[in-house]
Design a protein around this ligand. Structure first.
Ligand code: SF4
Length: 416
């Protein structure tokens, strides 16, 4: 993009405008600056424009001065975009937060500008897979799939939960299950042994949750029934424990071990994956023993202090998490890091160095670069200050060059 897009903002009715003279500014977690040409992309299909209540937009004038725009509408607000899956946000919106501003809901806010008739943002596509591309989701077909499967398994409570996820929450993973393709979600846990600052299904403070947590415990046979149905009708199927609408699956260890045993009795192949905080290496070991294929470990930072600040582990440590990874690698199972990426933390030189040390030490095979869903200033207030970072695009590039064998993406891969 040769020219910098114009700054965007919204009036009190929520209508979005581009400013005739001010250009787009971004906040990279350290300072407010102009977006770099190679950071800018047209807003990908499926991206949403979000208002930022209680925040005024900032932009650059023709002299390069940073200007706050309040217009003559006292409820004018800044705007941002929420990117579709498989896209990594490279910076935050540039705003001035007003004293009465509310904490923003748990989404990953990316900056937005306007040019050539479209919205622009700063992002890079991190996974070429189209698994959650909105264009591939037909509402009628989803509805028919739900009716078909619930008719066949009327008593399966997990199937009913997935109906809710697919139709009420619009969960792409649950919709893919009913569309008989790719990855099937297996939510099972109502509780968790962490208290992540940005947990989308459980909050005990100022931030509203964006995902209602499952409120019952599916049985091992209900879980196996759903997974085996999926394995029986999909090419290269994946079934995954650990979804946004639940707590930590390892807190249901006994049931999961029994469920995987039942699945493996009927399906020795195909991918049974565990998205997890990897807090219980003993339970991970039992799951590996009965046939778990892969684990994806959520991590806000490889640095213990930053890890504890975000995940607030209850009764486990980052060392336990590493132990779970070692046990999986010892058995030759596939391990991904689910790195919760935050401009202003993930790209700090110390963080990048520690990430590289962790990848080398634990021999992980994939990084899933996931935007951290959180109010940027709310999270930055919890972090120690930092001089600066190398930038997220440079971080991804450096890790790619240092570990040519390492996979990069967003979605769990099929592994035998
Ligand atoms: S590990 Fe998952 S469920 Fe548990 S607090 Fe963190 S985000 Fe929430």
């Amino acid at each position: 993009m040769a020219t910098i897009p114009r700054m965007a903002y919204a009036d009190s009715t929520g209508q979005v405008f581009d400013h005739p003279r001010l250009t787009m500014a971004v906040f990279d977690g350290y300072r407010i600056r102009e977006p770099l040409a190679d950071e800018l992309v047209p807003l990908p299909p499926g991206g949403d424009v979000f208002l930022l209540p209680g925040r005024l937009p900032l932009g650059f004038d023709r002299k390069g001065h940073l200007v706050e725009f309040a217009g003559d509408d006292d409820r004018l607000t800044a705007v941002s975009v929420f990117l579709p899956p498989a896209w990594l946000r490279l910076s935050h919106p540039a705003v001035r937060k007003l004293p009465e501003a509310p904490v923003l809901p748990l989404f990953a806010y990316a900056p937005v500008g306007w040019a050539d008739g479209v919205f622009w943002t700063t992002a890079l596509r991190i996974d070429p897979e189209r698994r959650q591309d909105p264009a591939l989701f037909d509402t009628n077909a989803i509805g028919q799939g739900v009716a078909r499967d619930l008719h066949r398994f009327p008593g399966n409570r997990l199937m009913m939960q997935l109906r809710r996820c697919a139709l009420d929450y619009g969960c792409r993973a649950a919709q893919n299950f009913f569309l008989k393709r790719w990855e099937c979600p297996l939510p099972t846990a109502t509780s968790c042994n962490a208290r992540c600052v940005g947990c989308i299904s459980h909050q005990d403070g100022a931030i509203p949750v964006t995902q209602e947590r499952i409120d019952f415990h599916p049985s091992a046979s209900e879980i196996a029934e759903v997974a085996c149905l999926h394995f029986g009708r999909v090419e290269h199927p994946i079934a995954s424990f650990g979804q946004g609408c639940e707590g930590e699956p390892l807190t249901r260890g006994k049931t999961l071990v029994e469920a995987v045993r039942l699945i493996r009795q009927r399906n020795p192949h195909h991918t049974v994956n565990l998205n997890t905080n990897a807090s219980r290496p003993d339970v991970v070991e039992e799951l590996l023993e009965v046939g778990l294929s892969s684990i994806r470990v959520s991590l806000s930072s490889p640095d213990e202090q930053h890890y504890n600040q975000y995940h607030r582990p209850q009764g486990y440590t980052l060392e336990d998490v590493k132990d779970s990874v070692r046990r999986a690698r010892r058995r030759g199972r596939f391990v991904s890091l689910n790195l919760l990426v935050f401009p202003g933390l993930t790209d700090r030189e110390t963080e990048v160095r520690r990430l590289e040390e962790l990848i080398a030490e634990l021999d992980v095979q994939m990084i899933q670069w996931r935007n951290m869903n959180i109010d940027p200033e709310y999270y930055l207030d919890t972090l120690d200050a930092s001089e600066g970072g190398i930038g997220l695009a440079a971080t991804v590039k450096q890790v790619r060059e240092r570990f040519p064998q390492l996979r990069h993406g967003y979605f769990n891969p099929y592994v035998e």
